[in-house]
Ligand binder design. Structure first.
Ligand SMILES: [Zn+2]
Length: 367
């Protein structure tokens, strides 16, 4: 099985599959999963869904087939396999496929093994699964947490565009006019200081973080800028909804407007993702912790990450226990040095397998 697992991952890395160009890897995985005994179907965005077993509980295992742009020659060096997607997230996806196929014959429940498209960007793949009414009792997302770690939370995000406009005139007499760029920056400094009561200021995970990610304004020489656009990325901890944070920004802007009537401010939401955190006492987290101890002889570390993932969308919408787990060091995500340690990869297959077995037992006892 180990040889096959390494071969599968190597072939997946050899198929270059940046977001939007998943056709080849999607066909490859559909064939491969059929050979491994899954009932395979594809939906119209080219997600591949393999099914084995039936009965409760249904587990969704989900990993993305796409990578960011940029080829990396596939090679094995000192027990590490290099290639674009080695970490993010083909090793986790391959490991989940191998683990669930090993369980296939002895299953008393149903596993849905999904390879999805376009996680790097629009999350089109996971959104399609949700549109098609795919449901499960538990969900496991394959992303690099490290073989000994389990990701149990992601923050949400709120992307805002704020436009400040002022009356303007010749820049030879700047004292006469309001500079929209300067005023926008003043407003940004106030937004940056937004904090709510339930926040924990000493924690990056449980506090609101904000970043000014783009600022544009000013058109011609000899004119004080009359318009400035700011793009702001606010990260939302799980004790809030993105709406609560939005309302706070909106009332900050209202207050700013009332003291600065010479500046007009417009606020728009460009995108939002709700935060997600699973109860550490959930059978899903307990099963994975147990399995890490069994396979790796160490206590699993529970991670709460400040980014977002497909887990936010699916776990939140279905309100089911969800975690993110997979081999690989996420610091290597999107770098030219993407590689996965083969032993970590092989061990993660055992972790998935033992965890799923354990989860089915714990779930039975809970019913
Ligand atoms: Zn990823």
């Amino acid at each position: 099985m180990n040889d096959y697992a390494v071969q599968l991952l190597t072939r997946m890395l050899e198929i270059y599959s940046p977001a939007g160009k998943e056709e080849e890897i999607s066909n490859f995985l559909a064939n491969e999963m059929e050979r491994l005994g899954f009932n395979v179907r594809k939906d119209h965005v080219r997600n591949v869904i393999g099914e084995v077993g039936n009965g409760k509980p249904t587990l969704l295992l989900c990993g993305h087939m796409d990578t960011i742009l940029g080829r990396i020659p596939v090679r094995m060096e000192n027990g590490k396999l290099y290639g674009r997607g080695a970490v993010d997230a083909k090793a986790p996806l391959a490991a989940m496929i191998v683990a669930s196929s090993m369980l296939a014959k002895k299953l008393s429940n149903r596993i849905l093994m999904a390879g999805v498209v376009e996680e790097e960007g629009s999350s089109k793949g996971i959104k399609q699964l949700m549109k098609d009414g795919v449901t499960s009792d538990y969900a496991i997302f394959g992303e690099p947490s490290g073989t000994d770690k389990i990701t149990i939370g992601y923050k949400g995000s709120l992307l805002l565009k704020i436009t400040c406009e002022t009356q303007t005139g010749h820049s030879a007499a700047p004292w006469l006019y309001e500079n929209a760029i300067e005023r926008a920056f003043d407003l940004w400094k106030e937004i940056k200081e937004i904090h709510l009561e339930k926040e924990k200021q000493d924690s990056h995970f449980y506090s609101i973080n904000s970043a000014l990610i783009r600022m544009t304004g000013g058109k011609v020489t000899s004119k004080v800028p009359s318009k400035c656009d700011m793009h702001i990325d606010l990260r939302v901890p799980p004790q809030f909804t993105s709406q609560e944070v939005y309302s706070e920004v909106a009332s900050k802007i209202d207050r700013y407007q009332s003291v600065n009537p010479e500046v007009s401010v417009a606020l728009k939401i460009r995108d939002r993702t709700e935060p997600f955190e699973v109860d550490p006492q959930s059978p899903l987290v307990r099963a994975f912790s147990w399995s890490v101890r069994k396979v790796r002889h160490t206590s699993a570390m529970l991670l709460r990450k400040t980014g977002t993932g497909d887990m936010n969308l699916f776990g939140r919408a279905l309100n089911i226990p969800s975690i993110t787990y997979g081999p690989g060091d996420s610091h290597l995500d999107h770098t030219l040095n993407e590689n996965v340690d083969i032993q970590d990869y092989l061990d993660s297959i055992q972790v998935y397998r033992e965890a799923i077995r354990r989860l089915i037992k714990l779930d039975e006892n809970n019913r």
